[in-house]
Design a protein around this ligand. Structure first.
Ligand SMILES: [Fe+2]
Ligand SMILES: [Fe+2]
Length: 166
């Protein structure tokens, strides 16, 4: 299996986007199913955000300083998603604002994924080349094994706190 960092991240994106589409087509009254889908999307987002924050973004920042502004913007976009996720975790699927908040999360993350895939990844691929991307990918898969799966777990929470206070 390829460990190309961009291929791995795109696979994650595909899975995340699938939960978004499923949520959108679940229908007005599918409260229980929507609750499950949000749980799933939060788990996928928590792991994905972790491996990007811990491995992909710092490596790219270090190796391609020209892309630093994009990395900083991405950290901020992750932070906005984290805040929404933290709020959703404390909300029951039948709450009045549950669907609205989920839709705002979906819109934000979709925009972020589009920017990564259409603007950022091509520049990263060109700048880093195959071998480095494979090394970063292998490092990400290692990080994935110890990644938090729920935002309430300390390492994910710490990220959110860091982002708020720093
Ligand atoms: Fe990202
Ligand atoms: Fe991503």
């Amino acid at each position: 299996m390829s460990t190309d960092a961009i291929v791995l991240l795109k696979n994650d994106h595909k899975e995340i986007l699938r939960t978004f589409r499923d949520f959108e087509s679940a229908g007005e009254n599918a409260t229980k199913r929507k609750g499950q889908l949000v749980e799933k999307m939060i788990e996928l987002l928590t792991v994905h955000t972790y491996i990007e924050n811990e491995v992909m973004y710092p490596r790219v920042r270090e190796l391609l300083p020209d892309l630093e502004d994009d990395v900083l913007e991405s950290y901020e976009e992750h932070h906005v998603a984290d805040v929404l996720v933290m709020e959703l975790v404390g909300m029951k699927p039948d709450a009045e604002r549950f669907d609205a908040k989920t839709m705002v999360l979906i819109e934000n993350v979709r925009h972020h994924i589009e920017e990564e895939e259409e603007e950022w990844f091509p520049q990263v691929r060109e700048g880093l080349g195959r071998k480095t991307l494979q090394e970063i990918g292998a490092e990400m898969e290692k990080a994935r094994r110890k990644a938090p799966r729920k935002p309430s777990q300390p390492s994910a929470l710490k990220k959110t706190v860091d982002a708020v206070v720093s």
